[in-house]
Structure formats: structure tokens, C-alpha cells
Design a protein around this ligand. Structure first.
Ligand code: 3UK
Length: 507
């Protein structure tokens, strides 16, 4: 059981506490251009908090829309909003004006802090006049507004006294369908995610150096690249626009020890691993979408590391099922992270036993609280969070991902999980990436259709189609083989590394 005082500001707990225990001179954040010690981060956060309260006149509970790629200054802005007793509304860097306006209206934002590099869409977006007046940019080459406002402020700021169950974060889901949903999280939830997965599965230490790709605006990145390192006095590398090559180079240059990214990045990094000196890397965390066994194996072969797979969700803030080290069972995501419970439910909401595919249900210290959205009723049932994933449990309590519940392919009466077919295809030497979907078919209802990206130097050919089909039939039940195969130069993915299956379906 996690015990926290009833009044708590999570940034006081994460940052002021670091100074109090003597971590001031340690490096908290490493950016492209500079290193920020805990003392400097603390001072910067305090100055921004003063700007928010004094200059902008914000009050406790006001909402601040945040925009920026992963930089120390963006991290400081997020922390300052929370420390000032306000609510952070982070937005993904690639969102356009129209999407930002929906979020700003829905979250009723009172102010905007935006990186200068992303200002165009903020200038173009629709925004309430009061919030427009309180829009401040940071990180410009010449005169930067936020930085000049900060110059006059004290570097001391007492964290605003908040209740542990005051909302401090509204995080929007990527929303592949429908209007994006805002998920609300308390100061308590921030503490809870820091004290669950990182402690019991990842086992972080003060000397760890975290690195990775997820944006701070995605809770995967907010936790893994900011909150988790701060909780233990470790440091985080915050870099913009990473590619598989530049991430590998950064792991080498910063001597990073823990990497957070999505399966597709690990797939692309594995063949390049040998070109770098990556001896510092101790742990690699994969989340965002299912980790194919083939990817786990190629990463192990390249790096010698057993991947830590973990399923998380914006609704639950971070990872709730995972496994590390000798607890890993290939094909399984893992077991519920201590503090969480999970079970599999059938269509009627009744629990099913081992070996039966059903709907994943999760309960724990964090949970879904949509901001004014009727879809709350679909996600939470009797205290259990229904993530929309089809899962299966084994007799030892391991949880195996099968597909998204609405992505299950039904072909001639058979249920077929696309990710299982993808896993087999990824083992074929010609295949770099693939996505498997159900395509409407008069005779069978749906047929299995594979979208394949070939490895460099390999050409699409009719013989290859037959080869890939035979390859699948030889390894899993033949009815699962892709009756249609299409070759593409790349697959459509979200900013968070998730395959956009709906785009494959409408192609
Ligand atoms: C899928 C996975 C299989 C699954 C997230 C870590 O992805 C995150 O949050 P989102 O709200 O999406 C949630 C959905 O993504 N998924 C995520 N991880 C896995 N499926 N294996 C996995 N390891 O469908 C889930 O319901 O974007 C991940 C931490 C914080 C996050 N917000």
C-alpha cells in the first residue's frame, strides 16, 4: 500500500526533496546544449512558477497548455505549472492548430507556454482571449519572452499547498477515432507511478541515466524521461527529433543506462547496435504497442539485454503490467505491477480462467477519469479499467497481449489476432516492418491482409508473396496466413510509435 500525506504537491516531493537530501549538485537534465543540475532545475522551475502566479496572475487550479519538444526548458515548464498549483495540459509536438483548439477548448485552458519552435500552430489556433493574452514563448534564439520574464524573479518559490487528490495533469489520448479524450490525474497519481513500475520492475538507481524517444507530452515519456529519474535523484537526457541512429549515438555519448522507446525503434536499432559502444546500457523498456517475440529476440541478440516490455495507457498514466530479467516470459507482457490487479473478462463482464481470450481489466492506484466525457462509462466498470485490449492469462498469472478488442480479425468463423501474424512475418529475412489487418471479404467476412515494408535491397515480387504466405503457414495454423499481401515503403504510425491500423484499412 502506498501511503502519502493528504496534502501534497508532487513537485515539492520530486524536486524540493532532491535538494533537501543534498542532490543539488547532481545533474538532473542533460539537453542538447547544456546540463542542468538539480539546483539549477529547482531555481528555473521556481522562476517560472513566479511568472505563472505573479506576472500572468494564474490561480490554483488554472490550466496551462504546454507545447514543446523534449528539452530541459520544456521539462521545467511542466514542473513549474504543477508546483504553482496549476494543471498541466501537455500537447503532442506534431498537433496542428485545429487539433490544439479542440484541446484548449475542452480543457478550458487559461494560459499557454510554448516552445518558440512550435509557435506557428499556436499563433494560428483559436484560443479564448484571456488565454491568448497569457501566451508566452520560450527557447527563442534572440529575445525569448519567458526567459526575460524569468530574469526578474526570485529563485525561491514555496510549492503551492495542494490536496493529494487535486488534479495536476490533463493528458489527452492520441485519439485514432473520435474527439481526443482528456484524462485527469492527481498529484497522488504522479507519486504512485513513480513508486510502482520504476521501483518494483525497473529497479532504478540514483546513478541511472535515462534516455529515449517518447515526447514529454505523452505520459510514457513524462514518466520515463522526467518523473522517474527525479524520484531517485537520477538524470534524464532530453533530446529532440531522435532517429534510430541518433538515439544509438546519444546512448553512447551520454553513457545512458536506461532506454525508453517503442518496439519499432528497437527493431530498427538492433541491426545498427554493433556500430556503437553501448556498454553503458543496462535496461531497455518497450511500450506503446505489442512487442513481437521476433523483436525481443533480435534485440537480445544485438544488445545482450532482455527487453522489459510493459503495457501502459494514458488513462492509467503509466505501465501496469510488465516483467524484467528472469521474470520475463517471451510472448507475455508480464504480470500486474505490484499495486495493480488485472483479470480477463468475457463479453458479459464475467472473469474467465487461464487460456481464454477476453477483455483486459485493470485496477490499481491510478485509473481513468475522463474530463467531461460520456465514454467514461465504457472504460470503467465497477472500479475496473477496460483498456480495450484483448488479452489472455496463463495458469501462472502471466498476461499475453492478443490484439486491440476491435482489431480482432474474424475470417470464415476463425478469430485471428493480427499481431500474431505480424510476429511470424517479422521473422522472415525480407521483412523490416509489417502490419496485419482484416479486409472485408464477401465469402469469408474478412480476410487477413498483410502490409509489408521490405528490408533495404529487397524487391517486391509475386514469388515473394507466395514465399511469405508459405512461411506463415509453416509456423502457425494455416488459416491465419495472409491471403493478401501489399508492399509499402513505410507504415503509417502515430507520434508515439503506434501503427495506425485504420489507415491501412482505408488504403
Ligand atoms: C497499447 C500496448 C501491447 C494498448 C503508454 C506506456 O501506450 C501508452 O498509452 P496510450 O494511451 O495507449 C494505450 C494502449 O496502447 N499498448 C501500450 N503498451 C503496450 N499493447 N503491449 C504493450 N507493451 O492497446 C493500450 O491499451 O497511447 C504506454 C506508458 C504510458 C502510456 N501512456
Amino acid at each position: 500500500e502506498l501511503q502519502y500525506p493528504s496534502r501534497l504537491n508532487c513537485v515539492a516531493e520530486l524536486l524540493d526533496a532532491a535538494l533537501a537530501r543534498g542532490d543539488g549538485a547532481r545533474i538532473a537534465l542533460r539537453g542538447e546544449h547544456d546540463n542542468w543540475t538539480y539546483a539549477y532545475l529547482h531555481a528555473q522551475v521556481n522562476r517560472i512558477a513566479h511568472v505563472l502566479r505573479s506576472t500572468l496572475g494564474l490561480e490554483t487550479g488554472n490550466r496551462v497548455l504546454l507545447r514543446g519538444s523534449n528539452t530541459p526548458m520544456m521539462a521545467a515548464c511542466v514542473l513549474a505549472v504543477l508546483k504553482a498549483g496549476c494543471i498541466a495540459v501537455p500537447t503532442m509536438p506534431l498537433l496542428r492548430a485545429r487539433e490544439l483548439a479542440v484541446i484548449a477548448a475542452k480543457a478550458e485552458v487559461n494560459a499557454v507556454l510554448c516552445a518558440d519552435s512550435l509557435r506557428a500552430e499556436v499563433e494560428a489556433m483559436e484560443l479564448a482571449p484571456a488565454a491568448r493574452q497569457r501566451t508566452v514563448y520560450f527557447g527563442a534564439a534572440g529575445e525569448a519572452m519567458l526567459e526575460s520574464l524569468m530574469a526578474a524573479q526570485s529563485d525561491q518559490f514555496a510549492a503551492v499547498d495542494t490536496a493529494i487528490d487535486d488534479v495536476c495533469l490533463i493528458s489527452f489520448t492520441s485519439g485514432t477515432t473520435g474527439i481526443p479524450k482528456g484524462t485527469m490525474h492527481f498529484h497522488r497519481d504522479v507519486m504512485a507511478i513513480c513508486d510502482c513500475f520504476p521501483r518494483s520492475v525497473l529497479r532504478t538507481e540514483a546513478d541511472d541515466i535515462f534516455i529515449g524517444t517518447p515526447p514529454l507530452a505523452f505520459t510514457f515519456g513524462l514518466g520515463g524521461l522526467l518523473l522517474f529519474p527525479l524520484r531517485v535523484g537520477a538524470s534524464a537526457v532530453l533530446l529532440e527529433k531522435l532517429t534510430p541512429e541518433t538515439l544509438l549515438a546519444a546512448i553512447q555519448n551520454y553513457r545512458a543506462t536506461i532506454c525508453f522507446t517503442a518496439p519499432t525503434f528497437y527493431r530498427q536499432m538492433a541491426p545498427l547496435f554493433g556500430r556503437y559502444d553501448l556498454a553503458s546500457l543496462k535496461k531497455s523498456v518497450s511500450a506503446g504497442e505489442a512487442l513481437p517475440v521476433a523483436t525481443r529476440e533480435s534485440w537480445l541478440q544485438a544488445s545482450g539485454l532482455t527487453m522489459i516490455d510493459g503495457i501502459g495507457a494514458t488513462e492509467l498514466l503509466h505501465i501496469f503490467i510488465s516483467a524484467a530479467g528472469d521474470q520475463v516470459r517471451p510472448g507475455a507482457t508480464g504480470k500486474p505491477v505490484p499495486g495493480y490487479q488485472a483479470c480477463i473478462l468475457d463479453q458479459q463482464g464475467q472473469p474467465v480462467g487461464p487460456g481464454v481470450i477476453g477483455r483486459l481489466a485493470v485496477k490499481g492506484p491510478t485509473g481513468c477519469r475522463y474530463l467531461a466525457d460520456a465514454r467514461q462509462r465504457d472504460y470503467v466498470l465497477g472500479g475496473w479499467n477496460l483498456t480495450g485490449d484483448a488479452y489472455e492469462m496463463d495458469a501462472d498469472g502471466y498476461f499475453y497481449y492478443r490484439s486491440r478488442t476491435d482489431d480482432m480479425i474474424i475470417s470464415a468463423g476463425y478469430n485471428i489476432a493480427g499481431p500474431e501474424v505480424e510476429d511470424v512475418l517479422l521473422r522472415h529475412p525480407a521483412v523490416a516492418e509489417c502490419g496485419v489487418i482484416g479486409r472485408a471479404d464477401e465469402e469469408r467476412g474478412q480476410i487477413v491482409e498483410a502490409h509489408v515494408v521490405l528490408r533495404p535491397g529487397i524487391a517486391a515480387a509475386p514469388e515473394l508473396v507466395t514465399q511469405l504466405q508459405e512461411f506463415v503457414k509453416a509456423q502457425i495454423a494455416p488459416y491465419k496466413y495472409p491471403r493478401a499481401i501489399r508492399f509499402l515503403p513505410s507504415l503509417p504510425r502515430t507520434e508515439t510509435g503506434k501503427l495506425q491500423r485504420f489507415k491501412l484499412r482505408t488504403e
